[in-house]
Design a protein around this ligand. Structure first.
Ligand SMILES: Cc1cc2nc3c(=O)[nH]c(=O)nc-3n(C[C@H](O)[C@H](O)[C@H](O)COP(=O)(O)OP(=O)(O)OC[C@H]3O[C@@H](n4cnc5c(N)ncnc54)[C@H](O)[C@@H]3O)c2cc1C
Length: 552
């Protein structure tokens, strides 16, 4: 009865260190960890103790006897990562080597760090810093609600993945942690303000810009990006009023990464199933009225170059009707004949078993389309379709559609007062230390670009914190000139509507209560509603304010 890691694996590696026999790989110290599509349990070495189940922040691990039918392919997927062996390995007491936490070695007052952003990279960095005493971390987030793309990006039907927020909530309770939510750095406070009041400023602001597709018609009503769509589905306040029209039969998504799959899946899922998630009310209402029958996911290259991960493909095909047309089935067969990479072969084998697009659809469905180079959006006043050329040729294929979404990747946005590499879309850095900007660090997507899973940001943040603490120990960081009480006053003067940890807890509790028995939460999508909920939080007493302001 070995345990099995399933689709919602976030790759943060917590399970690796909980395992008493080191049977989960690749571990963070091993090559391939950063690019692995998920982690895998060795069924021959697993002693079935269940320690990994408790450690996993996203509920991705189960004994093989408790898997749902749709999760059964993950038994083989976990096993396939290891060489074939018979029987069981004798139990060992070997543990994965734990990466050493950086130690603050100066005793002359606390290390004060400002973290900008509250997504996974920020929260993992805060956690890493607060593993020891004498560190103070102020986290600044522009929205009244924290956790970045976990709240606003991860699809609502992936609720187990969103459970990682419980881990982050735990970090907010650590001594030395302060939230300044609804405070935008660069607007309410400047980089210089933060440097004056902290030893270091760590930016973990993500990569919020979509790469744009430069073809005629991409500005017509009915065009957009998959990320905007996901933000609308997830109730991000800046996207709650996006004009999404689903009164037509086909949506085209250009690009075939995991986010394209997320959008296609949500658009074709039974709304009654979505009604049990935390999907935004406006999105659920639009999906109930939707006339969409087919979502085409169009990729420039062939099946062997599909950008989606194998776990996501397994998950999608287990629950949804996914088809290929005849020409694409032939491309899959051709790629299968030539492909030797086991992971890609696995994907191709699943694709080869998909239904035929000629068969009449029994429900809303998804169609993968390959070797489609976008040529132009069709329509005059709004989108009526999309024209493609067959990649490498001149043949033109047109698809009637009412909505055309691009999903071709992300870019970081330049941060005022910091260097920025326009080509790669990241802040130039050496292991997280920003080049030419003393006291300034980066973690997450703004540091390494938009790749990896939620948990990939854990080792990324740990590396940055390691550099930061090393610089502090070496006396390379300037002591803050302003006292914490002055920072608190400054921020409250610039943004009287800031939300603290108690305010976030009040928003969280109100959303959970609105969700009732059937939904994990019913999200607020207007900032005014979030602030009204936050205002019901108990106010800190004068003494608490004073102690916090003194840094005690
Ligand atoms: C649509 C989508 C779906 C995804 N789904 C999954 C999934 O299912 N599983 C998985 O493992 N990974 C998923 N990922 C990847 C995962 O979300 C990322 O790896 C992770 O969120 C990156 O973390 P980050 O902290 O760098 O950035 P983000 O999560 O983007 O966090 C950045 C934060 O900084 C804040 N901010 C920005 N500028 C400022 C400022 N000036 N002042 C204050 N705050 C600021 C933002 O509001 C945001 O909260 C998904 C990604 C996308 C785009």
């Amino acid at each position: 009865m070995p345990h099995v890691i399933t689709q919602s694996c976030c790759s943060d590696g917590s399970c690796v260190y909980a395992c008493p026999v080191n049977c989960i790989h690749p571990s963070p110290d091993e090559p391939g960890f950063a690019t692995a599509e998920m982690l895998f349990i060795d069924p021959v070495a697993c002693v079935d103790c269940g320690a990994c189940v408790s450690a996993c922040p996203v509920g991705a691990i189960s004994p093989d006897t408790k898997l749902e039918p749709k999760q059964l392919p993950f038994v083989e997927l976990n096993a396939a990562f290891y060489p074939k062996r018979e029987g069981k390995l004798p139990p060992t007491s070997k543990l994965a080597p734990v990466l050493e936490a950086p130690r603050v070695e100066r005793g002359d007052g606390p290390l004060r760090v400002a973290i900008v952003g509250s997504g996974p990279a920020a929260m993992y960095a805060a956690d890493e810093l607060l593993t020891q005493q004498g560190v103070e971390v102020n986290v600044f987030e522009k929205l009244p609600t924290p956790y970045g793309l976990v709240r606003a990006g991860v699809a609502p039907d992936h609720q187990t993945t969103k459970r990682v927020t419980r881990l982050f909530d735990g970090t907010t309770r650590l001594p030395g942690f302060t939230f300044y939510l609804n405070v935008e750095v660069g607007n309410h406070v400047s980089h210089r303000d933060l440097l004056e009041h902290h030893h270091a400023v760590l930016y973990a602001v993500g990569a919020p810009n979509d790469k744009r597709l430069d073809v005629e018609g991409m500005n017509l009503p009915g065009t957009g990006t998959a990320t905007e769509m996901v933000a609308w589905i997830n109730g991000h306040p800046e996207f709650a009023h996006l004009p999404v029209d689903l009164g037509h039969e086909r949506v085209v998504v250009i690009g075939n990464g995991n986010v394209a799959l997320d959008v296609a899946r949500i658009l074709t899922t039974d709304p009654d199933d979505l009604a049990r998630t935390d999907i935004a009310d406006h999105a659920l209402a639009a999906l109930r009225d939707s006339k969409v029958r087919e979502v085409v996911i169009a990729a420039r290259r062939g099946p062997a170059d599909s950008a989606f991960t194998l776990p996501e493909l397994i998950g999608l095909t287990a629950t949804h009707e996914v088809v290929l047309d005849r020409a694409d089935h032939e491309l899959v067969q051709r790629d299968l004949a030539e492909c030797t990479d086991p992971l890609t072969r696995n994907k191709l084998e699943i694709l080869s078993k998909l239904g035929d697009a000629d068969t009449p659809a029994s429900r809303r469905r998804i169609r993968f389309a390959y070797r489609m180079t976008p040529q132009r959006v069709l329509g005059t006043d709004r989108v009526e379709g999309m024209a493609f050329t067959v990649t490498g040729g001149d043949d033109v294929r047109t698809l009637p559609a009412g909505l055309v979404l691009t999903s071709i990747g992300y870019r970081g946005r330049a941060i005022r007062d910091l260097p920025f590499d326009e080509e790669t879309g990241v802040v130039p850095n050496e292991s997280g230390r920003v080049v030419g900007a003393p006291g300034t660090y980066v973690a997450g997507w703004i540091k390494r670009g938009p790749t990896g899973f939620i948990g990939t940001n854990k080792s990324c943040a740990a590396q940055t914190v390691h550099e930061l603490v090393g610089d502090f120990n070496a006396g390379a960081l300037r002591d803050p000139r302003g006292r914490p009480v002055h920072l608190d006053r400054l921020i409250r003067a610039r943004q009287p509507e800031l939300v603290d940890v108690a305010g976030w807890k009040a928003i969280d509790a109100a959303e959970v209560a609105r969700g009732g028995d059937d939904r994990p939460r019913d999200k607020f999508t207007e900032i005014s509603d979030m602030l009204a909920a936050a205002a019901t939080a108990p106010k800190p007493t004068m003494r608490e304010r004073l102690l916090a302001g003194l840094g005690l």
